[in-house]
Ligand binder design. Structure first.
Ligand code: ATP
Ligand code: MG
Length: 447
């Protein structure tokens, strides 16, 4: 193989030179080397060095002490934040999460040995070239993900590496080398001990990558360790003319069909999770899943709470899952109602969810045409800046007081007026609304 040349940003070169002039050695390492070798622009540059954190603090004027006990400082050079970590090895892992101790080492090869996969265990130096003791470059060219050293031991030390493996499959479409795969399966139960925030972060990347579908299909058993609610969907035949795939294959297709945003991807992953719990079969042999969206939304709530997902993401996913099966409607009045209930942003997300759902069913293209019609209605209504909320109603609580209403009936009256406006029964104009409110008050007083 030819000697690779990686173009380093100026700031990175300066940091390496500064460290080496002071008698240390330094390299770029990990993800940035991997990405550069396959023509991808790295999103950050990490360095590894024989210098200890105290020496680095003396050498660089701007340093942030990000993880000194693990040997990491962040050097600010030409407005770039560069993580520089002392060559280190890791002591025993008693909890399967983090090493009990780290020890500083003097050779880069020893540092590379603690890294997870061979493609991530390469270092590069502008003069000395590539340091690749585990054959990472060859694996990169072959599209192989291989654990550094004994895979069982590596996954026992830190089970998160198993999920990182699935993440790299989702990002690169690589194949996991057989010994590494078997060890993943042998050790995957250890994932239950990993901090939920770290699991959630990996799952978000797995769900929003280029080869997400491949990762979900091939490594569903690994994912089911952290998301056991998925397992009952695997292979569940739907016995329904609307579905030609089992619930899991349908789910994966819907995930692939929707834009790669975390909220939308999570919504598709979980939208049918309630199906196994609501499955019935009628006399004609047709399968039904009555009430499954509600059950799916409850499962989404439990799962995302357990994973400590941000509240905003969780509540959005719950709404999309709960309403994924509700029609938005083919008539202007129905669409206005949906817009008043959910707001424009959610209605647009629901349109995307429904489009993905129909695409993943792959049975009745007419539904997709209906959705296009609904979308045109949404566009038309939203372009007119319609009144769909109490804030934009042309009368307020004071008007209701002037009409002789008080207490809770003010709110009741306003909400009734809003319904009339949304339904197109009355224009959103003060005089018309006053007249309408008076009628409502009279009929209420009589009742
Ligand atoms: P990304 O492009 O997503 O940042 P990355 O490989 O750079 O991918 P990081 O989490 O930034 O991933 O980690 C940087 C490097 O640290 C990795 O390339 C790998 O060498 C090493 N590393 C990270 N996490 C682990 C781990 N759990 N076990 C062993 N090595 C790890
Ligand atoms: Mg990185």
């Amino acid at each position: 193989m030819t000697r690779p040349v990686i173009a380093l940003p100026h700031a990175v070169g300066v940091v390496i030179e500064t460290l080496e002039r002071a008698g240390h050695t330094a390299w770029v390492v990990g993800g940035c080397v991997r990405d550069s070798l396959c023509g991808v622009t790295p999103h950050d540059w990490d360095l590894t060095t024989s210098a200890r954190p105290d020496a680095m603090q003396k050498l660089f004027p701007k340093v942030r002490l990000t993880g000194v006990q693990h040997g990491t400082v962040t050097v600010i050079q030409d407005d770039m934040a560069l993580e520089v970590t002392t060559y280190r090895g890791e002591g025993a892992y008693t909890d399967g999460r983090r090493p009990d101790t780290v020890c500083f080492l003097s050779r880069v090869e020893e540092d590379l040995a603690r890294r997870d996969f061979t493609i991530n265990a390469m270092a590069y130096h502008p003069m000395r070239g590539l340091c690749d003791p585990f054959g990472g470059r060859e694996d990169l060219q072959a599209g192989l993900l291989r654990a550094v050293g004994d895979p069982d031991q590596r996954f026992t030390e830190d089970a998160l590496r198993i999920l990182r493996g699935v993440r790299f499959v989702a990002k690169t479409g690589f194949t996991i080398e057989p010994h590494t795969v078997y060890a993943m399966y042998r050790q995957m139960q250890r994932l239950v001990h990993i901090a939920s925030e770290r699991v959630f972060a990996e799952l978000c990347t797995i769900l929003t990558s280029r080869y997400t579908g491949r990762a979900l299909r091939q490594y569903r058993a690994v994912l089911a360790v952290v998301l056991p609610e998925l397992a009952p969907m695997f292979g569940l035949c739907q016995h329904n003319p609307h579905h030609c795939y089992d619930v899991w294959e349908h789910t994966v297709r819907t995930v692939e069909a929707i834009p790669a945003q975390p909220v939308l991807r999570w919504a598709m992953l979980l939208h049918d999770s309630g199906k196994p719990h609501t499955y019935t079969i009628d006399e004609a042999g047709v399968g039904h899943f009555y009430g499954h969206p509600k059950v799916s939304a409850e499962l989404a709530h439990q799962i995302l709470m357990r994973l400590h997902a941000p509240n905003a993401l969780r509540t959005q996913v719950e709404t999309l899952v709960e309403f994924h099966d509700h029609g938005i409607g083919q008539e202007e009045r129905q669409v206005r109602r949906a817009l008043a209930k959910h707001g424009e942003a959610v209605v647009r997300q629901l349109l995307a969810v429904k489009k993905a759902d129909y695409t993943g069913q792959n049975t009745f293209p007419v539904h997709l045409q209906e959705l296009q019609h609904t979308e045109r209605l949404v566009n038309g209504i939203c372009a007119q800046a319609p009144c769909l909320t109490l804030q934009t109603l042309a009368v307020d609580g004071y008007t209701m007081q002037e009409l002789g209403l008080s207490g809770v009936s003010i709110g009741e009256g306003l909400r009734w007026l809003l319904t009339q406006v949304v339904e197109g029964q009355v224009p959103n104009e003060p005089e018309a609304l006053r007249a309408c409110a008076s009628e409502w008050k009279e009929s209420r007083d009589e009742g």
